[in-house]
Design a protein around this ligand. Sequence first.
Ligand code: ZN
Ligand code: ZN
Length: 461
Amino acid sequence: MWLSGDHHIHTKYSSDGRYEIIEQVRAAERSGLGFCVITDHGGPSHQKVVTAVAYRELLEARRACPGIIVFQGLEWNIPSAEHGSIIVPPTHDEAQIIEQFESRFDAKSRKDPPLGEPDAVAGVSFLQSLPSRPLFFANHPARRGLDSPHELRAWSDAGPDVMRGFEGAPGHSASTLMGELRGHYADKSSAGSFPGYPTESYRTFGGYDYYTAEVGGLWDSLLSEGRPFYITCNSDSHRYLGDLVEVDRSTYKRDGFVTPLGTQRPYRDGETRYDFDYPPGLYTSTRVFAKSRDPIEVLAAMRAGNMYTCLGGLIESLRFFVHDGTQAVPMGGFLQLTKPGATVELIVDIELSEQRNLGGLIPALHHFDLIVGEVGPPVAHRDTLRSPSAKILRRVLPSDCERSGRRLRFRQRFRNVSRSFFVRVRGTNTSVVSPQLDPPDIDPWSDLWFYGNPIFVMQKR
Ligand SMILES: [Zn+2]
Ligand SMILES: [Zn+2]
């Protein structure tokens, strides 16, 4: 069954948050999400509450909202890198696991000497060693250029069952509606940034992170090594657009939470605004195909990459699989061929949207791209950030598809397959060949994309 979810949500237990846990959970449920993860920022203040008051409230939210799965999580300050979502399986000690992990491996837990790259790798190894393994996805990976290619590879190697990808599209989706850059990607390279990233990588493209949006870029480079490395997208919801409630942030350091004051104050002209988010699930969604509505199955499906990402309700659904006549493999999977010269068929099923989105339009899919790349041995140079073989194989228009009502089906055959490759799909309501660097004033509801996760077709050598 398909469940939409969001693994990156903040509450008043973040210094820059604002809402009660149950408010965010209810908002996620109203948006139709089937699961959500509470990921407040790590650090000493958060450690004061994570096993105590915040956890009690998370348990209460679970009881009050049985229609949605609520995971305990953390937004990890990765030592010498960006942020990451940690998603913990529901066990009796889920909050203790977060507290333990955070106190040892969160960059804010120790200043002198600061934690570094080896500590990040040790943190991932710790997660990998747990009996109920959490998941780790790197958040807003290109925002500040801090996640270098070799770090992503090191995390993936240290936690092969834990580190399974990054956010393909960041949250903060309402930012351009109040004068900030899309996804709140407004940085440039700084001391800790990887020098190989180009200037434009610090901006979004069609709402997506550069590592995902660039064909033949970093994501494809990781896939070209046959890494099970998948994308998600999330709200990173801190404060909803138009929410003017004043918040006393001075209580955070002492108590581990900020205090909403109940009073409202309009923003002054020129004042920096912070209401650049939508409630979870309202604009971004990660749609996961789980065997059942069970938290363990949801995590298993995310770990397997059987999921796709979608902005602004661009499409109703995507089904994407390959088969060789005897076995079929969905998104995220590996089709192992046993003989050379096999024929493999790719099938893309898309159900078009019929609902008006919040931007006032019924999104119309203009086209989708099939993207392929060769899969070979691990790269020799760990900071490799390109995959030269990755390319758009074909741009497909709705008129190229078999059509039945709102359902499109497209088939692509790969004959005489002699080498391993990956294939993925992305689509948009715009006519551009590639997603463009987002201008400051772009209406997020006008420029919509979906990205599927890859399927690997593996040929014996
Ligand atoms: Zn973050
Ligand atoms: Zn965040």
